[in-house]
Design a protein around this ligand. Structure first.
Ligand SMILES: Nc1nc2c(ncn2[C@@H]2O[C@H](COP(=O)(O)OP(=O)(O)OP(=O)(O)O)[C@@H](O)[C@H]2O)c(=O)[nH]1
Length: 515
């Protein structure tokens, strides 16, 4: 081998090596590019179905290492689709921007959004949303918007639960007082008195609407039960009354029938006797001798006396039967009378009870209203002085709250007894409702009522109440007025009530007078 050919061979070898290195490098570059293109195509996936299909074909062509010439038409197709996709994307971006803007503006209208949230929202809509370059830029904006929406939703939910709680715990003390007054005015039978006391206890323990409605329902149930029982007993009374009247009727009819029979028998007998007397008369006329006359009269008189004995027997039996029958009727009338009396007694007991307050046994509001109108009527006629006083126990609610409802009940009973004892016999005191009493003092001028009323106030104040080993002083407030010309019962009562209001407002435990 010549020197030249050896040199040429070496050069060729070098060239082949360099070419191989170049090809390896190129192959590596094509691989990297192919992988990159494949990854890029995958990241574009999902925007459009047609584009997805084209990308899939492109990726497979790259993987197979197809010639650029074969891949080129695919790339051109994709270019075309991508151009359209760009238009679709920008339309989508505009729509997205618009919907974010609308959602944001709506959120701004929500009341009660915290200041910080409101500020963030304004910044988001006025600045961040206007500086968007790519679709991805919407992601943090959407995140922030969703956070603000969550805040607003939370707020609304907590407001809703607050209003829900408020509804559930809605209070209505006036309703409680009214219900209690009504329950106090009603008169219940002894056997339901415990049930009624328990219901009243529940009313004083709460002024929550739901519990009060339940208590009202329970009272209605007791009333319905009592009415049903009363109706049953009235029906029972009427049935037995009817039965007794029927028996009475039967006895009278029997007696009448018997009397008619007896009358018939006696009429027949009388006729027979009359006929016999007539026959005796004519026979005696015909008699020709004394002995004939004697035997004739003897015979006829015998028959006559038999008839007379028979008549006597019938009459005496009739008398006996009549007597027995009258006895029977009398008994039945007595039974009837006693039944009517029992019922009358019950009715009057009920009327009496319906005018008494069940707890304190003082006259109740109905009784007071009766008496109040009577006194008012009398005042209209004789214009004599009459003082009207409204009395209210101070802070009575706290007795119930601290020591329980039955302690409250006992307190009212003790106060009622003390009030009754502290007034004159001619005065009239009633429980008006709850812890309120009313007093009528006929013949007493307001000025003269002052001293006895102060005495009443001090009497109550000095009662040594003891609850749970604690000595408690209970006071009352009094408002008094007197009837005056031109008054109506209502105006007089209102005046006493406003005097009581003044007593309460000026510190309680006092008497206020209103001319
Ligand atoms: N134990 C009991 N409590 C009753 C009865 N009737 C009414 N009450 C209660 O009496 C209380 C009256 O309370 P309020 O009207 O607030 O008056 P107070 O607590 O006396 O306060 P002042 O009148 O303002 O001094 C309420 O809690 C009623 O539930 C009853 O028959 N028995």
């Amino acid at each position: 081998m010549t020197k030249n050919s050896a040199l040429l061979e070496k050069k060729l070898e070098q060239t082949i090596k360099a070419r191989k290195a170049l090809e390896t490098a190129r192959k590596h570059q094509v691989d990297v590019l192919t992988q990159f293109a494949a990854k890029l195509s995958l990241s574009c996936k999902g925007q459009d179905v047609a584009l997805d299909n084209q990308l899939a074909k492109f990726r497979s062509a790259l993987q197979k290492g197809m010639d650029f010439i074969e891949v080129e038409p695919l790339i051109e197709n994709m270019n075309e689709t991508l151009k359209n996709q760009e238009a679709v994307n920008s339309a989508n971006r505009r729509a997205l921007e618009l919907s974010i803007m609308t959602a944001g503006k709506q959120l701004q209208k929500v009341k009660g959004l915290p200041d910080d949230g409101r500020r963030k929202l304004r910044h988001l809509l006025d600045h961040e949303l206007t500086n968007i370059n790519t679709t991805n830029d919407y992601i943090p904006i959407l995140e922030k918007l969703s956070e603000l929406y969550q805040q607003a939703l939370q707020l609304k939910l907590s407001q809703a639960s607050v209003t829900d709680d408020t509804r559930q715990s809605q209070k209505n003390p006036e309703f409680a007082t009214e219900l209690l007054n009504l329950a106090n005015e009603l008169t219940f039978d002894e056997d339901v008195s415990q049930e009624v006391t328990a219901i009243k206890g529940n009313i004083t323990l709460t002024d929550d609407i739901d519990s009060l409605l339940n208590a009202a329902l329970s009272i209605i149930r007791v009333i319905v039960k009592s009415i049903a029982r009363e109706r049953q007993s009235a029906q029972g009374f009427l049935v037995s009354l009817n039965q007794t009247l029927e028996e009475l009727n039967t006895s009278i009819v029997e007696t009448t029938k018997h009397s008619q029979n007896v009358n018939k028998q006696i009429t027949n007998l009388n006729k027979r006797i009359e006929a016999k007397i007539n026959s005796l008369n004519s026979q005696t006329q015909k008699a020709t001798s004394i002995s004939e006359l004697k035997s004739l009269v003897d015979g006829e008189l015998k028959l006559l006396s038999q008839d007379l004995i028979e008549r006597e027997r019938i009459e005496s039996e009739d008398k006996k039967a009549l007597y027995e029958s009258f006895e029977k009727i009398n008994d039945r009338i007595n039974v009837l009378e006693s039944k009517v009396n029992t019922y009358k007694k019950r009715l009057s007991e009920q009327r009496y009870k319906s005018l008494l307050d069940g707890l304190t046994k003082l006259p109740n509001r109905t009784a007071f209203d009766d008496r109040f109108h009577q006194e008012f009527h009398l005042f209209g006629i004789n214009k004599s002085d009459i003082t009207l006083v409204v009395i209210d126990v101070d802070h009575f609610k706290s007795i119930n709250d601290k020591y329980g409802h039955s302690a409250g009940d006992k307190t009212l009973q003790v106060i009622a007894r003390a009030l009754k004892k502290a007034i004159r016999k001619t005065d009239f005191i009633a429980r008006y409702g709850g812890e309120e009493f009313v007093l009528l003092m006929p013949g007493l001028h307001l000025e003269h009522a002052k001293q006895p009323l102060e005495k009443v106030r001090n009497t109550i104040k000095s009662i040594p109440f003891k609850f749970k080993e604690t000595q408690v002083q209970i006071t009352i407030s009094l408002g008094a007025t007197q009837f005056k010309e031109g008054d109506t019962p209502l105006s007089a009562f209102d005046r006493a009530d406003s005097a009581l209001y003044e007593a309460k407002n000026s510190g309680r435990d006092r008497l206020c007078l209103r001319e």
